[in-house]
Design a protein around this ligand. Structure first.
Ligand code: ATP
Ligand code: MG
Length: 234
């Protein structure tokens, strides 16, 4: 139960901070009197801005709700799998964290070389990709990387559907590489990291989805590889 609550809290941090970013941008506009309605165009632009802000908040709240359901299901057998393509998984994740990456000036490159579907726990897999992207964002900020980039590639071979995610923040120190998937392992300060992100990700990929997750160092930064079978009976 305690572990489940920690996991929910962990997964809620990003969407909650996204919601507060949207609220802050509305408040900022208000305080600067940017909701001018003297012309029809201004009024329309204001409406559009508010509409889009509310849509974003709704989608973040949907994600929060999903997270609770996901974790209720986390330890249950017979939960429902979904057929999704790797790019659908990536796009769902970008719906949650895409804006934050953009705000931080991070350029994202997605290369799609496979359109096969995998039968998997799609929401749980979305959380895995979210954790990896969030870590990339954290390290890019921590090391103040100039011209930050994240490369996502979607590939397949005979056995696997493969997602790789690489950043350009210089990589994971060799001495900590064997430990990063352990529960509560974090190099971030107490306040900023629970060290549960990659542990949860490994549990989801390997124990629930019958796949594999690995970390290594690529040419420019950390390189995470997730392998899923088209139809894993795990
Ligand atoms: N892209 C990366 N580049 C360099 N180091 C990384 C990267 N991703 C993860 N790490 C290292 O792995 C550690 C464990 O990551 P994990 O996501 O499990 O926990 P965390 O990010 O520290 O905490 P939380 O996920 O609660 O924010 C991190 O503290 C960091 O040292
Ligand atoms: Mg993390």
């Amino acid at each position: 139960m305690g572990e489940m609550i920690s996991m929910i809290a962990h997964q809620w941090r990003q969407p909650l901070s996204s919601i507060s970013t949207v609220a802050a941008s509305i408040k900022l506009k208000l305080s600067l009197n940017r909701f001018d309605t003297t012309t029809k165009e201004q009024e329309e632009a204001n409406k559009l801005f508010l509409q889009e802000s509310m849509n974003k908040i709704e989608s973040y709240v949907r994600f929060l709700t999903h997270t609770i359901d996901d974790f209720r299901n986390f330890f249950k057998p017979n939960k429902q799998k979904e057929s999704v393509t790797l790019s659908q998984l990536v796009n769902r994740t970008l719906g949650i964290i895409g804006k934050a990456l953009e705000v931080n000036g991070i350029t994202l490159h997605v290369q799609t070389n496979t359109t096969h579907e995998v039968l998997t726990y799609a929401n749980e897999m979305t959380q895995v990709i979210l954790n990896i992207l969030k870590n990339a964002e954290d390290i890019i900020k921590e090391r103040d990387v100039k011209n930050p980039q994240i490369y996502i590639t979607l590939n397949s071979d005979k056995t696997w559907q493969i997602i790789t995610i690489e950043d350009n923040a210089g990589g994971i120190k060799e001495e900590i590489l064997p430990h990063i998937f352990a529960p509560y392992f974090s190099t971030k300060t107490e306040k900023n990291g629970t060290g549960l992100g990659l542990y949860m990700s490994k549990t989801i990929v390997e124990e629930h989805c019958g796949g594999q997750i690995m970390a290594s160092n690529g040419a420019h930064g950390a390189l995470f590889t997730i392998k899923l079978k088209e139809d894993a009976t795990s």
